[in-house]
Structure formats: structure tokens, C-alpha cells
Design a protein around this ligand. Structure first.
Ligand code: ADP
Ligand code: MG
Length: 334
């Protein structure tokens, strides 16, 4: 049995002429203990989908299953889920301990069990020495860990995360990502994690749902999504810089878009003639922006290779087995 099943889930806002559909029939089966990332650009419907699973938004059509129950009509508190948001809003006047314990106290859980659960969560999150502090005496990363602690102590069937790292700086985000992975290994709780950041998605996901404009474009492992993107949207959204998508690649077929990632073009004596426009050095690698005929193309090269200059001509060869083909009408992988 799946831990979570989404069966043709639809969301519409508004009525009559004002009606807009923002989720277009999403289907997914999520296994027990999986860490799933929902990724897509801002406004594509990630939060709406997560909030329907949490019970914070009504479902317009389809069914949401958690375990062996259809939860469409259940209150959030009855769904056995815990959610962590971007704006985690701790209670400022309460200690770290009380912030984590609060939800359990409300449920009238015995004090000894609350103590045990909070201590365990604090141990995992390395907050044990901070339990008496107030939120204002913590760093941003520590506050985010308290917010996660609050979710952990509830020992839910499912964790839902909505962009919980967006308020942290880049370094702290990378650290917290590693902590979340560790947490998942230790607790093994089925998790749905929403982000607009494809790097976060690639590094955290066991499987990822790539969304665009309210529809699921692909559901697969990071490897599948990177190596076999299902659509041109996925091809250009996952991977940085994005895959080159060429309407008129040399040797390409008409009605077919040829895709090649910047890291899969090798500079040498053979291949496609590219006229260089700009070059960026990013430390270990160099990005060459140029034109192949009329079309823009990006090539990723090694910093150790000689750097081309603007207006130079270089030759680039697609590496064996790295070309992708998409139908130019449907934008789907061929
Ligand atoms: P994401 O989390 O991917 O950035 P959201 O799920 O927040 O996207 O929003 C998806 C779409 O639904 C957006 O176009 C947004 O404007 C619209 N939307 C969200 N909430 C409402 C609402 N209460 N009423 C009308 N439209 C909404
Ligand atoms: Mg959102």
C-alpha cells in the first residue's frame, strides 16, 4: 500500500467567470518512507498541492489518500501529518523547549512523554543545549531546526515541507539540506518537500515531481530526470546552465528539437562551428556562450583548457549518447 496516493487531484479557485484551474489532475503513488521533492517555478501550484494534502485547502476533484484512508473530508488534525513552512513563526515568548512541546501539551499528552519526545528531537537536531533559550537568542538556522523539532515530536505518518530553507543564506541552506537528509535516514518518515530550487531538488530527492503550470511533467529519480527528461520544460528546468534546445542542430530532423547539455559538448577539432559571444569563469569551470547559426548555445569547459575570446570560432562535439530528441509540436521526449 502506498503511503500517499494522489488520484487525479484537481484544484480550482473562484466561481463562474472568475474560476481558474490551478492543478490539472495530478496522479502520484508515494511509497512508505520515501523522500519526495515537488519542484517547479514560482506559481506552478506546489504549495496548493501540498496544502490540499495537509487539509489546508479544499480539493476540487479527485482523491487524496494517506495510508488506507481517503482524507479529502478530514480536518488537518485528523490526517496524521506535520508541516514545516518557510515562515516558521515560533512563539517569541516561549523557550525552545516550550515551542517544541506546545502542540503536545494542547493534545494533553502526559508530561513525561512530552519530555521524552522533545529530548529525543533536540538530540537529533543538536538543540539539546539550547532548550532554555528564547527564539530571539538563536541564529536563523537554529530557529529553523526548532521548527523542524516541532514537527518531529508529533511523530506523524507524513512530513510536509513548504520551502523551509528559503529564508536561509546559501551556506546555511546547504548545511540544513544535509541535516534534513540525516533526519530522514534516522526517522524514515514519508516526506514531501516543496522547492523552486532545482539544486535542492536534485540533492534531496529520492524521487521528484517536476511541475509546470499546475501539471506534473515528470515523476522520477534525479538520475532519470537529468538523463531522460520527459519534456523540453524538464530539460531546461533541471540542470544549470539549462540544456541547449536547438531547432536547427546540424544533422537534426525537421519537427524535432535536439537537446544537448552544456557539459556534454566537448571542444576540439571536430563537430559544430560555434561563434563565441561571452565567456564566464566560475572557478573550476568556464561557460562559453555562443551562437550555432542563429541559435544560442552554451558550452561548459574545464578551467584548464585555453579560454576562447569573443568572436572566436570553436568546434564542439556532442558526446556519445548524450543527444536528446523532443517533438517540436508536443515538446515531449521522442
Ligand atoms: P507555488 O507554490 O508553486 O509558487 P501556488 O500553489 O502558491 O504556487 O499557486 C499556484 C497558482 O494558484 C498561482 O497562479 C496562484 O496565483 C494561484 N492561487 C493560489 N492561491 C489562490 C487563491 N486563494 N485564489 C486564487 N488563486 C490562487
Ligand atoms: Mg509556494
Amino acid at each position: 500500500m502506498a503511503a500517499i496516493s494522489l488520484k487525479n487531484v484537481v484544484k480550482k479557485y473562484g466561481k463562474g467567470k472568475q474560476e481558474v484551474q490551478v492543478i490539472h489532475g495530478v496522479n502520484a503513488e508515494i511509497d512508505k518512507g520515501e523522500f519526495i521533492v515537488i519542484v517547479g517555478p514560482s506559481g506552478c501550484g506546489k504549495s496548493t498541492l501540498l496544502r490540499m494534502i495537509a487539509g489546508l485547502e479544499e480539493v476540487t476533484g479527485g482523491e487524496i489518500w494517506i495510508g488506507n484512508r481517503v482524507v479529502n473530508e478530514l480536518e488537518p488534525a485528523e490526517r496524521d501529518i506535520a508541516m514545516v513552512f518557510q515562515n516558521y513563526a515560533l512563539y517569541p515568548h516561549m523557550s525552545v523547549y516550550d515551542n517544541m512541546a506546545y502542540g503536545l501539551k494542547i493534545k494533553k499528552m502526559p508530561a513525561a512523554e512530552i519530555r521524552q519526545r522533545v529530548d529525543k528531537a533536540a538530540g537529533i537536531l543538536e538543540l539539546a543545549h539550547l532548550l532554555e533559550r528564547k527564539p530571539r537568542q538563536l541564529s536563523g538556522g537554529q530557529r529553523q531546526r526548532v521548527a523542524m523539532g516541532r514537527a518531529i515530536v508529533r511523530q506523524p505518518q507524513v512530513f510536509l515541507f513548504d520551502e523551509p530553507l528559503s529564508n536561509l543564506d546559501a551556506k546555511l541552506r546547504a548545511q540544513t539540506r544535509i541535516e534534513i537528509q540525516k533526519l530522514h535516514r534516522e526517522l524514515g518518515i514519508t516526506s514531501l518537500f516543496v522547492t523552486h530550487d532545482q539544486v535542492e531538488a536534485m540533492t534531496l530527492a529520492q524521487r521528484m515531481i517536476v511541475m509546470n503550470a499546475g501539471a506534473m511533467e515528470q515523476f522520477g529519480t534525479p538520475e532519470e530526470v537529468y538523463h531522460r527528461p520527459a519534456t523540453t520544460f524538464v530539460a531546461s528546468f533541471i540542470g544549470s546552465p539549462p540544456m541547449n534546445l536547438l531547432k536547427n542542430a546540424p544533422g537534426g530532423r525537421s519537427g524535432v528539437i535536439t537537446g544537448i547539455r552544456p557539459e556534454h559538448l566537448a571542444v576540439g577539432n571536430e563537430g559544430w562551428d560555434v561563434r563565441v559571444e561571452t565567456v564566464e569563469l566560475l572557478g573550476a569551470e568556464r561557460l562559453v556562450y555562443g551562437k550555432l547559426g542563429e541559435e544560442a548555445v552554451i558550452v561548459r569547459t574545464d578551467e584548464a583548457q585555453p579560454a576562447p575570446k569573443p568572436d572566436d570560432w570553436i568546434r564542439v562535439r556532442p558526446l556519445e549518447g548524450r543527444l536528446h530528441e523532443f517533438d517540436a509540436t508536443t515538446n515531449k521526449r521522442i
